[in-house]
Write a protein that binds this ligand. Sequence first.
Ligand code: ADP
Ligand code: ADP
Length: 229
Amino acid sequence: MIHFENVTKVYPTQKRPALDGVSIDVDKGEFVFLVGPSGSGKSTFLRLVLKEEKPSQGRVHVAGKDLARLSNWKVPHLRRRIGCVFQDFRLLPNKNVFENVAFALEVIGKPRRFIRKVVPEVVELVGLEGKATRMPDELSGGEQQRVAIARAFVNRPQILLADEPTGNIDPATSIGIMKVLDRINRTGTTVVMATHDAAIVDSMRKRVIELEEGVVVRDQTRGIYGQAY
Ligand code: ADP
Ligand code: ADP
């Protein structure tokens, strides 16, 4: 689903590569934690998957497509197949829960009848049934993140990218967020989550890829956050 072949990324203003000769394969349906200190290249990896950045060297394939050969007008179509969740939720403050999720379908021209059917299904999937008419500022941080996940997933993307999704959420609430991501993963969606959250990584026992200064220093199935050899 995601194939990086010897990928190096050097930003124009930087001397040191943000990613340095990275080769990673993520299969369809996998759940992967991307860990490593701040500045180790996690966000750069995610941006390359979305074709928000181009590699300086090497190849990136996503969902069977060589991104170097994907013309610019096809990039929106690629991004529709990839849901994104961020640390800061990024909800529309003047739309309620239903409208925030529906908006993701409206902008790609889905019919209203379809939207009315699928939005409540996804709102329920993330555990927010009964809260569809709440505004974001009436929700807890954990609930806001559930809305963001519903919005990212409502178009049934093949891949869900999550960048520190529990970074603004207390530990007890984070467990609930992980259950939602796990549920989404079980529908067959590939999940890649960048995180510093050791407790979460240790509790999930999923594949762990660790970056250090742009280099993969560990790739472990059913791994934990810290070293375990
Ligand atoms: P992480 O997500 O692990 O914190 P990043 O991918 O954001 O790491 O950053 C990796 C390196 O690339 C860092 O040294 C960072 O300063 C640099 N970097 C990230 N984005 C940019 C950018 N847009 N321009 C220049 N340098 C950047
Ligand atoms: P893609 O992003 O794959 O190109 P399209 O934009 O062609 O998708 O939309 C077609 C898909 O949208 C259908 O396969 C279906 O999943 C969904 N869809 C759109 N409208 C409806 C509808 N009224 N009822 C059910 N599914 C619908």
